[in-house]
Ligand binder design. Structure first.
Ligand code: CP
Ligand code: NVA
Length: 309
């Protein structure tokens, strides 16, 4: 396989996505059985974080350790990126030292620029526009409870943000419908490019009969100065018991976390019986292990000339 990156969910074919999800479930079962599986012994993941993280950092770092490798954490505060070293120069240097790079940053063009010159796989650990790793975990979690998602209806409630766009891409790949319950002015601006996604301003209608309700914070990282205005605009879109009742008793609830109880979700929902958020968070580990194993071992496949030659 030639060098592959994972910058958005659309970097995968539907078949590749299905295979990754199956592999993630296998790796989870093996981990629970205590089996050692170390295909990445001696391999190193570089992790650049320009925004905060709990789940992404720990799941990638633990995942590399469990696969026999290791990870290096870099932040702007203690790397030359923070002092203005160009992204492209950083990409070339890291490509000579590590086997893959994960980046969490602001503008999506930053990961694209990095990947354009990197000679190792680059993984998007969240940008302002996409959060594809979270979707691997979310789809894995759905499958463990309800199997196929094809033909189902998912209701996204709240901001048309990076997570929402990754759900839009998942809908195209996996063949389900996405209703985006969101006020005017906050729907994704590229909605027209995603025929399976529909904007619905009435929260009850967005949720009606949905198989899965998903939400996220109303003000993403980098939008802290909009918090007050957003709290007012999104208040009718809080996922409450009433919204879950509109969806139905079999509907599941997901949230990528961190959550704000009493804002985008009521405590009775996130801590209630339809919520699968803890499994969803744990599945970041297993899904990303499948991703790392695939991207790193395939980029080192024997038909590829060794790096540096
Ligand atoms: N869901 C998620 O990406 O969490 P962190 O911001 O803690 O990494
Ligand atoms: N939309 C959120 C997701 C956090 C994991 C953000 O970008 O802050």
């Amino acid at each position: 396989m030639s060098l592959r990156h994972f910058l958005t969910l659309a970097d995968l074919t539907a078949d590749e996505l299905e295979r990754l999800l199956r592999r993630a479930a296998e790796l989870k079962a093996a981990h629970y059985n205590g089996a050692l599986h170390e295909p990445l012994r001696g391999r190193v993941l570089g992790m650049i974080f320009e925004k905060s993280s709990t789940r992404t950092r720990v799941s990638f770092e633990a995942g590399m350790a469990q696969l026999g490798g290791s990870a290096i954490f870099l932040s702007p505060a203690d790397s030359q990126l923070g002092r203005g070293e160009p992204i492209e120069d950083t990409a070339r240097v890291l490509s000579g030292m590590v086997d893959a790079v994960m980046i969490r940053t602001f503008g999506h063009e930053n990961v694209q620029r990095f990947a354009d010159v990197a000679s190792v796989p680059v993984i998007n650990g969240l940008t302002d526009a996409h959060h594809p790793c979270q979707l691997l975990a979310d789809l894995m979690t759905w499958q463990s409870h309800r199997r196929e998602i094809t033909g189902r209806t998912v209701a996204w409630m709240g901001d048309g943000n990076n997570m929402c766009r990754s759900w839009m891409q998942a809908a195209e790949l996996m063949g389900f419908d996405l209703r985006i319950g969101c006020p005017h002015g906050y729907a994704p601006d590229d909605l027209d490019a995603y025929p399976r996604s529909r904007h619905e301003t009435d929260p009850g209608r967005a949720a009606a009969g949905a198989d899965l309700i998903v939400t996220d914070v109303w003000a993403s990282m980098g939008m802290e100065d909009e918090e007050t205005a957003r709290r007012a605009a999104f208040a009718p879109y809080q996922v409450t018991g009433t919204i879950m009742a509109a969806a139905g008793p079999d509907a599941l609830f997901m949230h990528c976390l961190p959550a704000h109880r009493g804002e985008e979700v009521a405590a009775e929902v996130i801590d209630g019986p339809q919520s699968v958020v803890w499994e969803e968070a744990e599945n970041r580990l297993h899904a990303q292990k499948a991703l790392l194993e695939w991207l790193i071992t395939e980029s080192l496949a024997p038909d590829e000339p060794p790096r540096g030659d």
